[in-house]
Design a protein around this ligand. Structure first.
Ligand SMILES: Nc1ncnc2c1ncn2[C@@H]1O[C@H](COP(=O)(O)OP(=O)(O)OP(=O)(O)O)[C@@H](O)[C@H]1O
Length: 292
């Protein structure tokens, strides 16, 4: 299969090798291999039921795959075999953060509190897990200051500073999505997995999301893997796209390559491979230049 990405110069942060996941008689993921590169926004796309969320759940320790290896290599070179780790360890040790299809904020806490709670682990570590630590340790005080600075930084990046004291549950939907991403960023992840971040957003909210994701790519060392149905988001912000159908990879490359891949067109239009040429001709007649 052609891989239209310049893989020679790319540094993989995530390697998925021969991943399979069976649910009873259903092979949800079947011998899937792909890489996500450091600093990139990689999109995992495919029709409904293709297996995208299952891949996410395997990467983030929510499912134990039936077979296969998932290796995350941090910037400093340390490697983690994610398929052997719990969801908690994947987050704490490998520094992989995620969001879910359905929003999971603390809706009764304020926006700022949500960002501070996300840094609880770091603060407890700095306290030495003792009351004396909380009261007197300079390391704890420094960690508190750092957490507040980090929260302020992500409030600003997510364009939520003016809503900092409002309950998270009162925010419009698009702002809640950005808050979830800001909260994940407050944990200082090396790898951020976003499950349909643009789902249900209006065009303006979608633009604000794109801006936030671009600023993560530009201003931080965090690499992003996202599942997305909204093709305008995928094509606009992704560096690399992996396409699944029935649990298998059908295309892998840069957005332009994937967009014109007949297999991808066929999968999305729900036609057989041998009908693709005919469909492409029809598309060419309706919208010249949209296909090769
Ligand atoms: N816990 C589970 N138990 C049984 N079957 C499951 C489970 N999770 C997913 N599946 C099945 O695995 C297949 C892949 O599902 P998955 O949710 O990963 O697809 P998806 O590409 O994320 O779909 P969508 O775009 O609709 O969210 C589906 O047939 C689904 O019904």
């Amino acid at each position: 299969m052609a891989l239209e990405t310049d893989t020679m110069t790319k540094d993989p942060i995530l390697k998925v090798e021969h991943l399979s996941m069976r649910f009873g008689g259903l092979m949800a993921i079947n011998d899937l291999s792909f890489e996500a590169y450091r600093g990139d926004i990689t999109a995992l796309i495919g029709p409904n039921g293709a297996g995208k969320t299952t891949v996410f759940n395997c990467i983030t320790g929510f499912y134990k795959p039936t077979m296969g290896m998932i290796t995350l290599r941090q910037k400093a070179g340390k490697e983690y075999l994610l398929e052997r780790m719990s969801d908690y360890e994947v987050n704490r040790d490998a520094k992989v953060a995620r969001t879910f299809q359905n929003i999971r904020l603390f809706s009764g806490l304020t926006v700022l509190e949500n960002l501070l709670v996300a840094q609880h682990n770091k603060l407890m570590l700095a306290s030495g897990y003792t009351i004396l630590g909380l009261l007197g340790f300079p390391t704890y005080k420094a960690a508190v200051g750092e957490s507040i600075e980090r929260a302020k930084y992500w409030l600003d990046k997510a364009n939520l500073t003016d809503r900092a004291d409002d309950p998270a549950g009162d925010l419009p939907y698009g702002a809640q999505r950005r808050l979830e991403i800001a909260r994940a960023m407050c944990t200082g992840p090396e790898f951020l997995c976003l499950d349909e971040p643009a789902a249900g957003l209006n065009p303006r909210e979608s633009l604000a999301l794109n801006e936030l994701l671009r600023s993560i790519r530009k201003d931080t060392d965090t690499s992003i893997l996202l599942i997305e149905h909204d093709m305008s988001v995928v094509m606009e912000i992704s560096d690399h796209v992996v396409v699944l159908e029935y649990g298998q990879k059908i295309s892998d490359g840069n957005p332009d390559y994937v967009k014109h891949d007949p297999k991808v067109i066929a999968a999305y239009l729900g036609v057989e491979d041998d009908e693709v040429e005919e469909v492409i001709e029809q598309i060419e007649e309706i919208a010249p230049g949209e296909t090769h």
